[in-house]
Design a protein around this ligand. Structure first.
Ligand code: MLT
Length: 401
């Protein structure tokens, strides 16, 4: 009989968004007359189709696969050079330098943030904000790693800062934050980089929502801070930027300056370790997708993406205006597609989830799914259509009138 990884006994029975989908399905089955009315503002999945240039590039790449001269089989596990260059070029346009050969193309920031834990030993101290994107917690729990939490609360605007009395080895940061929508400024990120350098810690920085930053002085990458290349890995993707949630393209930057000493005294490059891991366990993102992603990352491609992002941010404004009228305090919605608010009447978030589904047929995400500090909070996404978002807010307003 195999010995099981019993760390799985310590993870929640199901992943947050799977649990939400299960509950909504039960509601649909028990209320068939209301099923058609359901408006989904729970999981952050996009509703706008792919942009014109993405579609054209996809068609072009499919046609290339049809002829021997341009057909591609296995590609480099790290990604094609043209795609890595396109990512480095995109960073450069935002004023940040990354080396193309430190860029690793993948199929999702979710898989890379989960898989990176393999590079780090069991007895590291992992520091995670609460509330937090559940993948960081679940994957470290599956590994049996020890997690310390830092509180994100209304008092610190859901932006926990380093505490010198805590000695962490690995720190997860997400900015703009999922789920709270809060965004670190440069001074705050600088404090994190200084902490990491002083403690020889690694920051795992999730910048999946960087394209939603609307205030120009806010950093869109940890590498906007000097020295970050010596302590930080950054994860990003086109899922939300370009509507690639179903198309799948992400990139992870592992700078060559990230070097630590192994117990035998050998200097180990994290970049080389990740390269080694990916070349054994990953066969690369499909050529067709990389071809389209490179087009998306060009100036013309990104212009179209920004039109979609403006569309979503209009929804965010609509949600924020509704909450303001109801005097419900919230964060997010300005530099982020997520709006994070306090459940009305002191309700707990799963109760509020049921209440909203039952009485308004609106699906959101209960804050408790992101950690104990989310117990009385709720997240709505602006990735719906205008029509559905407007309708959801009208129902919300009526329910709390
Ligand atoms: C979310 O709703 O938090 C995201 O869509 C989940 C993800 O990106 O994996």
């Amino acid at each position: 009989m195999p010995k099981l990884n019993e760390n799985y006994l310590n993870v929640q029975d199901s992943y947050l968004f799977a649990e939400i989908a299960r509950r909504v399905k039960v509601y649909e089955e028990t209320h068939p007359d209301k099923a058609q009315n359901i408006i989904r503002l729970g999981i952050g999945d996009v509703t706008r189709p792919l942009t014109k240039s993405a579609i054209e590039a996809l068609h072009e790449a499919v046609d290339m696969q049809a002829v021997p001269e341009t057909f591609k089989g296995y590609g480099p596990e790290q990604g094609y050079e043209f795609a890595r260059q396109a990512v480095a070029g995109y960073y450069a346009k935002n004023g940040v330098h990354v080396d193309a050969d430190d860029v690793f193309i993948s199929d999702g920031a979710k898989s890379d943030t989960g898989n990176i834990t393999e590079l780090f030993a069991q007895d590291n101290v992992i520091l995670v904000p609460d509330p937090v994107y559940p993948v960081y917690v679940d994957t470290n729990t599956m590994d049996g790693k020890q997690i310390l939490y830092m509180n994100g609360t209304e008092e610190n605007n859901f932006l926990p800062m380093p505490d010198d009395s805590v000695k962490a080895d690995i720190i997860y940061l997400c900015s703009p934050n999922n789920p709270t929508g809060a965004c670190y400024n440069k001074e705050q990120l600088k404090a994190w980089v200084e902490y990491a350098l002083k403690n020889e810690a690694v920051i795992l920085f999730d910048s999946a929502y960087e394209a939603f930053v609307s205030e120009p002085e806010l950093p869109r990458s940890i590498y906007a801070v000097e020295g970050a290349e010596k302590c930080a890995i950054e994860f990003c993707s086109l899922s939300k930027t370009a509507g690639f949630t179903g198309t799948r393209f992400s990139y992870t930057v592992v700078p060559k300056a990230l070097v630590f000493t192994a117990s035998n005294g050998r200097q180990m490059s994290i970049r080389d370790m990740w390269n080694r891991r990916q070349s054994t366990k990953f066969n690369g993102t499909p050529y067709i997708i990389q071809h389209a992603a490179a087009k998306v990352l060009s100036d013309a491609g990104m212009k179209e993406c920004m039109e979609n992002i403006s569309y979503y941010m209009e929804n965010a404004r609509l949600i924020a205006d509704t909450l303001r009228r109801k005097h419900i305090s919230f964060t997010g919605g300005v530099n982020s597609p997520y709006i994070w608010f306090k459940c009305p009447d002191g309700m707990e978030s799963w109760d509020f989830f049921d209440y909203l589904l039952e009485n308004a047929q609106v699906v959101g995400t209960p804050g408790a799914g992101f950690g104990v500090n989310g117990k009385n909070h709720f997240r709505l996404t602006s990735f719906g259509t205008h029509e559905k978002t407007k309708e959801a807010m009208e129902r919300f307003e009526k329910l709390f009138s």
